[in-house]
Write a new protein. Structure first.
Lengths: 407, 147
């Protein structure tokens, strides 16, 4: 397990409702280490200028820091070049960029888009919008009873009509690792592109885009110790070349005339307007922090903590976990229900004890419908969590049973 | 305020045994109430006889606060005139946002006129949960506005 790094996270020293904060909502957003806060603060204090246009020293410094962050992120996911990394506002905007820059131009009536049954709304709704514009249709790979994606019919679901396959690399509700390799194999047979939603996987396990074999991978900084407002779209170089910009404006052009324009080269043609510069620099610092810990160590830490949590939760009568029990098949987001205590009520009782968990549908309503509950409570772990945090959660859940008179 | 005070017996009772669960036969109006951020949803149906709410019922799913609030509300409005229901709605809203010296309500016991519903007053101390208590009442407001 990772030696406790809590000291690097100032917020973990604060109290919530009079109790030391036990933060178990990293699948929603993670806390930020002082190294990330300092990188952003230092940028604003010493180098704040717009990027790629100033003719003075601090503007060059700003551009250097911004582009250095891009290179760090490229290395982090083993991209072939920093130019394969496009800065976006987050995972959602990255997927929308593909939908509007690739899907909108290439799909037509009769085509299909295939998604898995455990996608976040961010990898469902953009494709519904594209279907509305193009007449293409959505299909789904269903869920199996063991909370994994059922790929037994993958060869009939993905066929010659399929142009795009979207696949969560790790579910934000179940923790389940997605069947990316199988999807890639099936999609390649028909020349369909694969869009992997890496919002939960990239922060929690080693990622090698060359090994994954996908065409696009979307992920956000704030779920991996970085700031909100910035994320990355990794794309295969040929896919990025053939993709149209989804947004137009400054920064993304080579030349503009009154009636037509030419685009800047990749990745800049997808980065219209002034980017989130300080945030991108913070993203780079977050990647440095995770690289120092080592992503294998991060994954091992979470496997150990998730195993401990799953076992301790079994001690609680009438508690049901929604997700695989095998830690090799899952990440550290643990969804559960407890007797007839509604997840929002559980979250309120835990909140009073200083414990932060998420309750609700986790922006995955179709999946919630499949697993047959309108809401779950979700505890999710990251590098700063410890077994003591799990113990606090278990004690809090016993308190919830008491308040609700569940014997 | 402690969670024990929030989750009073009467609230848990209404949560577990909702009083007017289902749909009103021959309803004059059915409205939907949704909190998209948390996923709680309900349908409120009403039947009028003249100016009186003759019957009311709720279906849906949600947390103990939203469900108990809905159950208590149906109990409270059946048999009341539309004008009386409107007044009740106003008192409930004030109870949820009570500030000292608010017109017409006892700042110490703003919900005194509400009976069982007064038990929901504790919710106003948990700002993120007020929308749960409000759900059924917002649907009621919607239903009345369609009259």
């Amino acid at each position: 397990m990772i030696e406790s790094c809590k000291a690097d996270f100032p917020i973990l020293d604060t109290k919530m409702n009079g109790h030391p904060l036990v933060y178990l909502d990293s699948a929603a957003t993670t806390q930020k280490p002082v190294q990330v806060l300092d990188a952003m603060d230092d940028f604003y204090r010493t180098a704040n200028a717009n990027v790629h246009r100033g003719a003075y020293a601090i503007a060059a410094d700003a551009t250097d820091r911004f582009e250095a962050a891009r290179a760090k992120i490229a290395t982090f996911v083993n991209a072939g070049s920093p130019n394969e990394v496009v800065f976006q506002r987050g995972t959602t905007s990255a997927i929308n960029t593909i939908a509007y820059g690739w899907g909108l131009y290439r799909l037509k009536e009769g085509d299909s888009i295939v998604l898995t049954g455990m996608e976040h709304h961010a990898n469902i709704v953009p494709w519904q919008l594209i279907c509305k514009f193009t007449g293409a249709q959505l299909r789904y790979l269903p869920m199996a009873d063991d909370f994994t994606v059922d790929t037994s019919d993958i060869e009939s679901t993905i066929d010659e009509t399929t142009k795009i396959v979207g696949c969560s690399a790790m579910s934000n509700v179940l923790g389940t690792i997605g069947p990316v390799a199988e999807v890639v194999e099936a999609a390649k047979a028909f020349g369909a592109i694969v869009v992997a939603d890496g919002a939960q996987s990239v922060p929690h396990m080693p990622t090698d885009v060359q090994e994954l074999g996908v065409d696009f991978l979307a992920f956000g900084a704030h779920k991996m110790l970085g700031p909100t407002g910035v994320g990355a779209l990794w794309g295969r170089p040929d896919r990025l070349e053939e993709m149209e910009p989804a947004e137009g404006g400054g920064e993304m052009i080579r030349d503009v005339k009154l009636y037509e324009s030419r685009w800047a080269s990749v990745p800049h043609k997808f980065e219209a307007g002034t980017p989130a510069i300080a945030e991108a620099i913070g993203f780079g610092a977050a990647v440095d922090y995770l690289s120092d810990l080592g992503m294998e160590a991060v994954r091992d830490h979470e496997i150990e903590l998730t195993r401990y949590a799953l076992d301790r939760l079994k001690e609680i009568p009438e508690l049901k976990v929604y997700g695989p029990d095998d830690t090799a098949k899952r990440g550290g987001a643990v969804s559960f229900t407890l007797s007839d205590i509604h997840p929002h009520d559980m979250a309120t009782i835990l909140d009073e004890l200083g414990i932060a968990v998420r309750a609700g549908h986790h922006c995955a309503k179709p999946l919630m419908e499949t697993i047959g509950v309108p809401a779950t409570a979700r505890a999710s772990f990251y590098v700063y969590n410890t077994a003591a945090d799990v113990d606090s959660l278990v004690n809090g859940l016993h308190k919830a049973r008491e308040v609700f008179g569940v014997s | 305020m402690s969670v024990e005070e929030l989750y009073r017996e009467v609230i848990l009772d209404h949560y577990r045994k909702p009083r007017h669960s289902g749909e009103v036969a021959d309803a004059d109006v059915t409205v939907e109430g949704v909190n998209p951020s948390c996923g709680d949803e309900l349908f409120l149906s009403l039947r009028y006889e003249g100016d009186t709410v003759a019957d009311a019922a709720i279906t849906g799913s949600g947390c103990s606060i939203s469900q108990a609030s809905a159950s208590m509300m149906t109990d409270a409005i059946i048999g009341k005139t539309v004008a009386e229901v409107d007044e009740l709605l106003g008192v409930f809203k004030k109870m949820m946002t009570i500030t000292e010296g608010d017109a017409g309500l006892d700042p110490d016991r703003p919900g005194a006129v509400l009976g069982d519903i007064e038990a929901l007053q504790g919710v106003s101390k948990f700002p993120v949960r007020i929308k749960c208590a409000d759900l059924a009442w917002t649907a009621l407001e919607d239903a009345l506005s369609q009259r």
